[in-house]
Design a protein around this ligand. Structure first.
Ligand code: ADP
Ligand code: MG
Ligand code: ZN
Length: 733
C-alpha cells in the first residue's frame, strides 16, 4: 500500500512537464516514475531495467528539476559523447570530461562548471577520481545528485568488471549531501547487492523492472539455407539498421562479402581488424551509410543506436546471458524489432572446443551456460517466457504474440508420446552409450557400418521411425534433451535417460515435439502491424533520408535528430504546421525550433505529391512558424553549390547527392543567398514566379504559410522559398 504525498504529486508534475518540454514524451515507462522520485527525494537507489528501458531519463529528467549540477559517471567514452550530444539536441546544457578532450576544451568545461552553466556533467571514473577533478566539483558547492550508469562494471560478478569503479565509494564522503544512484541492466541479485555495498549506499531504494522486452520478436530456427534466410530478412528490412552476429571472424568476412555481392550494404567488424577499419565501419553503421554490421560479439559495447530493427545470430550464442545482451541491442526505441537465431548442433561443439581451450578454470559453469542456450534453441516453450524465467522472473501464462512458438510458426508433431517413447527406449537399448546422430540413424534403420558391427540392427527399436527423415528425428532428440528427458553426458555427449524419462515411458508425461518447419509464409506479429498503423511508408522513408542528411551535416548520429518512433508518428499524423508538429511523439521545444520547419516542409510537399491528408486527428494549430534560421553552409551544402552552378534542378541534385528533395531545397536557398542570386527563373517557370509575387503583394513576405495558403496550396513551399530568397537579394542590391 503506498500513499502519495503532496510533494510526490508536485514532483511528478514537474518531472512530467520537464520530460514534455525537453524530450516531448508525455508518459513514464515502467518504474521511471519511482526511479525519478528517488532522485527528487535524495534517496540512494539501485535501478535495474532492461536495455532500452529508459534508464538515462531516470536521472536526466530530475537533474533538470533540481538545483545544482548532476554528476554522471559513465564507463564508456563513446556513450558519453552520444548522451551529451543527445541532451544538447534537446536543449539541455551538458558536457563531459574524459581523455578525448583537448586542453582548451577541458578549460572551457571547467569554466562552465565553476560558473554554474551546466545541468549535467558526464565524467569517466578514472578522471573523476583525480584530485583536481574532485576539487573542481567541490568548488561548485552544489552537486545535486550522482548517477552511476552501467553500474554492473563495479561488481566483479558482473560481466564487465572495471577495478577503477571500486574507488567510487569515496563519492559518498566527498559529496555528502548528494544521493548516489546506480543504473544497470544486469539482473542478478548478487550484482545488485555488490553494487550497493561497493558504493556504500545508504538504505537504497532498490527498483527492479521486468526483464521482458515485449517489442522484440524472437524466432529460432535450425540453420539451413542461411544466405537465403539472411537475404529474405534484409529484404524485409530494406534500408533499416541491423546486426548479424557470427561465432568466428572468418564467418564474419565470408557473410559480409557474400551479402555485399548480393547488393546489400553491409560492413564487417571483428577484433582481428585494425582499430581504424573497425572505427570506420562502426561510424558507417551509426551514420546509416551501411545498413547492416556483420560482427563477432566484439561489436556492440558502447553503441546506443536506438533504431536497430533486427539482430540475427548466424550461429548459436555462447549463453543465454550473451543472447539476452546481444539480441537486446534491437529495438531500444520501444518499436518492434526482430531477433532471429539460426543454430546447428555443430555450434555446440564449436563452443565446447573454444571453452575448453580458453577457460579451463571455469569450464563447468561455461558448459552449463552453453547447455542452457542449446536447450532454449530446441525448446518449444514461448521464447519470452523462457528468457524471463531463466533470469528468475515469472511470465504470464498466455501467448506473447511475439515469438515463433506463440505465433504458430512451428507446429506440434502428431502422437508425441509414442514417438518419444520410441526414441527413449532406443537410447536405453543402446546402453546409453551413444550420441544423438547415431541414435537417429538407428531409429531411421540405417545400414551404417558402425550400426551393423555393433549389432544394433538387431535391436527392437531399429527402424522404428523409418518413415521420418533423419534430420527430423535428430531434432526430436534435441527437443527431448531441452525438455529434460535426456541429458548429454561426458566428452562425447552420449545420451542418457533422466528420472523424468521414466515417467514418459510409463505414459504419465507427454513431451512436446515439433513438426518439421513448413515452407509457408510466416505469420507476422501483431506488434509490428500496430506500430505501423496509419503510417505512410513513403513519407517515413523520405523523412528518414532527411534525418540522415541533417545528422551528417551536424556530425551526430541520425537517431539523435529524431528516433524512429518520432518519424513514424510524423508519417502517421503528417503535421502541416508547427503546432501539430510539436504534438508528435518525441518533439520537445528545442527540436521544434531546430527541425520543425524543414520537416513540416518535407511533409507538406510529400503529401501534396501523393495526395495524402495532412494533420490526421489533429485539432487547431497552436504555434506559428518562426523565421527560418540562417545557418552557415555545411560541407554537403557546399558540394551542392557546384551542381547548382552547373544549372541542375532540385530533383537532379537530390539524385546525384542521394539527398531528400527537401534537404536540397534548403541547400538551394543557401546557395541563392550565398551567390546573391536575384533571378528565380533559373529554377522556376515565369508563371509560377508571377503567382508567388502576387501572393506576396497580397499577404506580405513575413511568413511562408500565409503565402502558401493564399495560393491554395497549389505552389510548393520550396518554390516560395526560392522566390523569397531571390527577392531579398534584389532588395539588398
Ligand atoms: P537504457 O539506458 O535503459 O538502455 P535509454 O535511456 O537509452 O535506455 O532509452 C532508450 C530509448 O527510450 C531512448 O531512445 C529514449 O529516448 C526512449 N525513452 C526513454 N524514456 C521514454 C519515455 N518515457 N517515453 C518515450 N520514450 C522514452
Ligand atoms: Mg543506458
Ligand atoms: Zn511467446
Amino acid at each position: 500500500m503506498t500513499t502519495v504525498t503532496l510533494t510526490e504529486q508536485t514532483d511528478e508534475s514537474r518531472l512530467l512537464s520537464a520530460m514534455q518540454q525537453y524530450w516531448g514524451y508525455d508518459t513514464f515507462r515502467p518504474l521511471q516514475r519511482e526511479a525519478m522520485q528517488s532522485v527528487m527525494q535524495n534517496r540512494d537507489s539501485v535501478v535495474v531495467l532492461p536495455t532500452g528501458g529508459g534508464k538515462s531519463l531516470c536521472f536526466q529528467v530530475p537533474a533538470l528539476c533540481r538545483d545544482g549540477l548532476a554528476l554522471v559517471v559513465s564507463p564508456l567514452i563513446s556513450l558519453m559523447k552520444d548522451q551529451v550530444d543527445a541532451l544538447r539536441s534537446c536543449g539541455v546544457s551538458a558536457a563531459y570530461i574524459n581523455s578525448m578532450l583537448t586542453y582548451e576544451e577541458r578549460v572551457a568545461v571547467s569554466n562552465d562548471v565553476r560558473a554554474g552553466r551546466l545541468q549535467l556533467l558526464y565524467v569517466a571514473p578514472e578522471r573523476l577520481l583525480q584530485e583536481k577533478t574532485l576539487a573542481l566539483l567541490e568548488s561548485t558547492g552544489g552537486i545535486s545528485l550522482v548517477a552511476i550508469d552501467e553500474a554492473h562494471c563495479i561488481s566483479q560478478w558482473g560481466h564487465d568488471f572495471r577495478p577503477e569503479y571500486r574507488a567510487l565509494s569515496i563519492l559518498k564522503d566527498r559529496f555528502a549531501g548528494a544521493a548516489v544512484h546506480a543504473y544497470t541492466a544486469t539482473a542478478t541479485e548478487q550484482v545488485r547487492h555488490d553494487i550497493a555495498n561497493q558504493l556504500g549506499l545508504n538504505d537504497p531504494n532498490i527498483l527492479v523492472g521486468s526483464f521482458d522486452r515485449p517489442n522484440l520478436i524472437y524466432k529460432v530456427a535450425r540453420r539451413s539455407g542461411l544466405m537465403q534466410r539472411l537475404a529474405e530478412t534484409l529484404d524485409r528490412h530494406n534500408g533499416e539498421s541491423g546486426i548479424i552476429y557470427c561465432i568466428s571472424r572468418k564467418e564474419v568476412e565470408r557473410i559480409s562479402a557474400s551479402l555485399n555481392e548480393l547488393g546489400y550494404k553491409t560492413r564487417p567488424y571483428h577484433a582481428g581488424m585494425s582499430d581504424e577499419a573497425r572505427k570506420q565501419n562502426q561510424e558507417a553503421f551509426i551514420q546509416e551509410e551501411a545498413d547492416t554490421i556483420v560482427a563477432t560479439v566484439a561489436f556492440g559495447m558502447g553503441i546506443d543506436k536506438s533504431n536497430v530493427r533486427y539482430v540475427i545470430h548466424a550461429g548459436m550464442p555462447k549463453s543465454l546471458e550473451h543472447y539476452q545482451q546481444e539480441s537486446g541491442r534491437a529495438g531500444r526505441d520501444g518499436l518492434e524489432a526482430e531477433c532471429l537465431l539460426f543454430f546447428s548442433e555443430a555450434d555446440y561443439v564449436t563452443w565446447q572446443r573454444i571453452i575448453q581451450d580458453s577457460e579451463p578454470q571455469s569450464q563447468g559453469g561455461a558448459i552449463q551456460s552453453l547447455q542452457a542456450i542449446s536447450n532454449f534453441c530446441t525448446s518449444v516453450v514461448c521464447r519470452h517466457r523462457s528468457l524471463v524465467n531463466h533470469f528468475g522472473q515469472d511470465f504470464p501464462e498466455k501467448p506473447c504474440n511475439a515469438c515463433d512458438i506463440c505465433l504458430g510458426d512451428v507446429e506440434l508433431a502428431a502422437d508425441p508420446l509414442v514417438t518419444s517413447q520410441k526414441i527413449l527406449s532406443c537410447v536405453y537399448r543402446q546402453g546409453q552409450r551413444f550420441g544423438g546422430d547415431y541414435t537417429a540413424l538407428v531409429l531411421k534403420g540405417s545400414k551404417d557400418q558402425r550400426i551393423l558391427s555393433n549389432g544394433h540392427d538387431q535391436l527392437s527399436t531399429y527402424g522404428l521411425l523409418t518413415d521420418i527423415d533423419r534430420k527430423t528425428i535428430r531434432d526430436w532428440i534435441e527437443q527431448l534433451v531441452s525438455q529434460g528427458f535426456l541429458i548429454k553426458a561426458g566428452e562425447y555427449n552420449v545420451l542418457q535417460l533422466t528420472e523424468s524419462a521414466r515417467e514418459v515411458m510409463r505414459g504419465e508425461v507427454t513431451p512436446a515435439l515439433l513438426k518439421a518447419r513448413k515452407k509457408t509464409k510466416e505469420r507476422e506479429s501483431k506488434i509490428a502491424a500496430e506500430s505501423w498503423e496509419g503510417v505512410d511508408q513513403g513519407l517515413f522513408d523520405e523523412l528518414r533520408k532527411l534525418r540522415r542528411d541533417l545528422a551528417e551535416d551536424r556530425g551526430v548520429p541520425a537517431y539523435i535528430i529524431f528516433g524512429d518512433a518520432t518519424l513514424r508518428d510524423l508519417a502517421r499524423k503528417r503535421p502541416s504546421n508547427l503546432g501539430n508538429f510539436r504534438n508528435a511523439k518525441g518533439v520537445g521545444e528545442k527540436k521544434l525550433k531546430d527541425f520543425g520547419e524543414v520537416f513540416v516542409d518535407a511533409i507538406i510537399s510529400h503529401c501534396r505529391q501523393h495526395d495524402l491528408d495532412t494533420d490526421v486527428g489533429a485539432s487547431k494549430p497552436k504555434v506559428e512558424k518562426p523565421k527560418p534560421a540562417r545557418n552557415i553552409a555545411s560541407s554537403s551544402a557546399l558540394r551542392s553549390f557546384e551542381y547548382f552552378r552547373q544549372g541542375l534542378t532540385i530533383t537532379e541534385v537530390a539524385a546525384k547527392m542521394d539527398r531528400a528533395p527537401s534537404t536540397v531545397t534548403g541547400y538551394l536557398s543557401e546557395f541563392i543567398q550565398h551567390e546573391k542570386e536575384t533571378d528565380a527563373t533559373k529554377w522556376l517557370d515565369e508563371a509560377t514566379i508571377r503567382e508567388i509575387d502576387r501572393a506576396i503583394e497580397a499577404v506580405g513576405d513575413e511568413k511562408l504559410s500565409p503565402i502558401f495558403n493564399h495560393l491554395d496550396g497549389k505552389v510548393e513551399y520550396s518554390a516560395i522559398r526560392i522566390v523569397l530568397a531571390c527577392a531579398q537579394n534584389a532588395h539588398a542590391e
